[in-house]
Design a protein around this ligand. Structure first.
Ligand code: BEZ
Ligand code: FE
Length: 288
């Protein structure tokens, strides 16, 4: 095209794509460029604003490392990660939610009824439930990878005072699909805000807080792996999670119970002398 204009440039771009192109790639690139061009036309994007956008991407690249995923964080705070999760979530299964950057592979085994709190402070929380299929039947031999912050709001990988797997556990369930563990109630915390993503949050008048949560990855043979998290219904940030991870079925009531109500069969049974928090959360997996 010799006469490229603001009106035809998008179609010109699409026309430049080669005949033998992968059809999905054609669809994605065509739609991406359509939206980017529409964005520039609609906002009359200036050179300075375009440069600021490029500087943002360069700033993300400059601090990107195996421990710092600034591009993923950008996707998280823009709501893109959550939108993609929701687009592919099975409506009959438990909702999925963001993985976040703090999952560590190779967590140590945590027995059903095991304890992750150890000698950490903070309110004692007992979590239990059953992993079920979409008809309500327990799924045998599922596996749950669990991780959370310590009561100080830091993940093990952010805190020199914790060993690398503290508040991480991998639980293999039995035939009955039942899981249970004790832990310290996790604290709300901020996503990293000392980089370009933090600057975007501040420019948008937003804060970096997430409501407190427990992360789960639940796997079972023949079922879709579920990445999810649960939140307490009284958390002050529930209605303003900076990464848009909250879904109605993931909001749980943490019920305070007297010490005498603490059940037998848990690793710390007989050692609980104060009231504790209890949450029941069944996980529903969809078939592959
Ligand atoms: C998290 O839940 O750990 C998390 C999720 C998204 C961005 C940052 C942290
Ligand atoms: Fe998290």
């Amino acid at each position: 095209m010799r006469n490229v204009t603001t009106d035809n440039i998008t179609d010109v771009f699409k026309g430049y794509m080669g005949e033998g192109m992968d059809p999905r790639m054609r669809e994605l690139m065509g739609a991406l460029v359509q939206h980017i061009h529409d964005f520039a036309r609609e906002t009359k994007l200036t050179h300075d604003e375009w440069r600021a956008g490029i500087a943002f991407l360069e700033g993300c690249a400059a601090i990107e490392s195996p421990d710092r995923h600034e591009f993923v964080l950008a996707s998280d705070v823009l709501g893109l990660s959550s939108l993609i999760d929701m687009l592919h979530s099975d409506p009959k299964a438990t909702s999925s939610s963001v993985l976040g950057p703090f999952h560590v592979s190779g967590a140590p085994p945590l027995a059903v009824g095991g304890d992750m709190k150890r000698d950490f402070g903070g309110p004692l929380l007992m979590v239990e439930g059953v992993v079920r299929d979409t008809d309500g039947n327990p799924i045998p031999n599922a596996e749950i990878d669990i991780w959370q912050t310590a009561p100080n709001g830091l993940y093990a990988s952010q805190d020199d005072d914790q060993d690398m797997f503290s508040f991480h556990g991998l639980m293999t369930l039995g035939e009955d699909g039942r899981y249970a563990f004790t832990t310290a109630r996790p604290a709300e915390y901020t996503v990293p805000s000392d980089g370009p993503v933090g600057a975007i949050l501040r420019a948008c008048g937003r804060h970096p807080w997430r409501p407190s949560h427990l992360h789960y990855i639940v796997k079972a043979e023949g079922y879709k792996t579920l990445v999810t998290e649960i939140f307490p219904q009284d958390d002050p940030y529930l209605d303003q999670d900076t990464v848009f991870g909250v879904r109605e079925d993931l909001v749980m009531t943490y019920v305070e119970k007297p010490a005498e109500a603490f059940p037998q069969g848990m690793a710390i049974s007989g050692q609980v002398h104060d009231s504790f928090l209890h949450v029941a959360f069944d996980v529903i997996l969809a078939r592959v």
